[in-house]
Ligand binder design. Structure first.
Ligand code: IPM
Ligand code: MG
Length: 357
């Protein structure tokens, strides 16, 4: 039986980058069927919910989701249920995709594009592991209300020990396969959830004596990431800290358009896990429809999908090597083109990658 991948392009640059990524995926695995469906603003604008039933049904019968991006300025300020982001919120929750893995790597030749001095980012290779289904994103109560005639709003940050244990294990396991360093990020000087977080991570650490664990407060972590990024190997943190730090880590590479992510959870088995794969970058409506967006993150997300959901490490590696080769060969999209180098369109960059697959 051939595998189905739910292709949810979404908003902004999502459709441009995901279609070329799906083409690269099916080039290495012609047997995989990518079936497209509406999500986010693309669905809302048709009078459908952000995650239509049909889209959910497609996800239910797919091996994995290849996701573009959601979010458009015209929905700002609306209640969560009426915003494009709600689709992502629901997918993560309902498919229990608690482990968000965001590898941050600087491709050889792109060091100059970083906002940091190139010697700080040369060879940079770290992973942010973000808890994705708990914390302040999902805690209840979560509402705006009027009390005694005064408007107020509440979000609730809550963690239960098992949620921390399972994400900590992902961090330790990933570190074990790499440089054996894990940094856990919290705010334990102020937050109760962070005190629990640190205690649980310390407890799990006993199962991993070969891993060097350290803890950083989130404000300090934000600073150290730009001061000494090369010292980090695997970072594990709660949902909102991870949201913020992963954007910060991503821009170290010079373009947030180069970084993929995998969101994995409780469904499936190793190599055949159900997952959602998406670029870290957002919908970037300012450059949408111009064919200038960098499809690297989308293409590398497809590679991660092959590795974790279709048990095809070889195909994943072929794609990753092809992306590296394209950069080595000088292929650059507009945001990375320097010193008069030609700026390739989204499609032309993907063609350069495909040529090396
Ligand atoms: C991310 C995004 C999402 C988040 C938005 C689009 C809801 O910023 O995946 O990092 O906050 O998790
Ligand atoms: Mg984010």
């Amino acid at each position: 039986m051939s595998d189905t991948v739910a292709l949810l392009p979404g908003d902004g640059v999502g459709p441009e980058v995901m279609r070329v990524a799906a083409a690269v995926l099916t080039r290495v695995r012609p047997d995989v069927e990518c079936v497209e469906a509406l999500v986010g603003g693309a669905a809302l604008s048709q009078g459908l919910p952000a995650l239509p039933d049909e889209t959910r049904a497609l996800c239910d019968r797919s091996a994995a989701i290849l996701f573009g991006s959601v979010g458009l300025p015209q929905y700002e300020g609306k209640p969560l249920e009426q915003r494009p982001e709600y689709a992502l919120f629901v997918l993560r929750r309902d498919y229990e995709l608690y482990a968000n893995i965001r590898p941050v790597r600087v491709f050889a030749g792109l060091e100059e594009a970083s906002s940091l001095r190139s010697e700080l980012v040369t060879g940079l290779d770290l992973i942010v592991v973000r808890e994705l289904t708990g914390g302040i994103y999902y805690g209840r109560p979560k509402e705006q209300r009027t009390v005694d005639g005064i408007e107020e709003a509440v979000d609730t940050m809550i963690y239960r020990a098992p949620e921390i244990e399972r994400i900590a294990r992902i961090g330790f396991e990933l570190a074990r396969g790499r440089r054996k360093r894990l940094t856990s990020v919290d705010k334990q000087n102020i937050l109760e959830t962070s005190r629990l977080w640190r205690r649980v991570v310390e407890r799990i650490a006993k199962e991993y004596p070969d891993i060097k664990l350290d803890h950083l407060l989130v404000d300090n972590a934000a600073m150290q990431l730009v001061r000494r990024p090369g010292d980090f190997d695997v970072i594990v943190t709660e949902n909102m800290f991870g949201d913020i730090l992963s954007d910060e880590a991503a821009i170290l590479t010079g373009s947030i358009g180069t970084l993929p992510s995998a969101s994995l959870g409780t469904k499936g088995r190793p190599g055949r896990q159900f997952g959602l794969y998406e670029p870290i970058a957002g919908s970037a409506p300012d450059i949408a429809g111009k064919s200038v967006a960098n499809p690297t993150a989308a293409i590398l997300s497809a590679a991660m999908l092959l590795r974790y959901s279709l048990d095809d490490d070889a195909a994943a590696t072929r794609i990753e090597r092809a992306v590296e080769a394209a950069y080595r060969g000088g292929a650059r999209t507009a945001e990375l083109a320097r010193n008069g180098a030609a700026a390739l369109s989204t499609q032309a960059f993907a063609d350069a990658v495909a040529a090396h697959v």
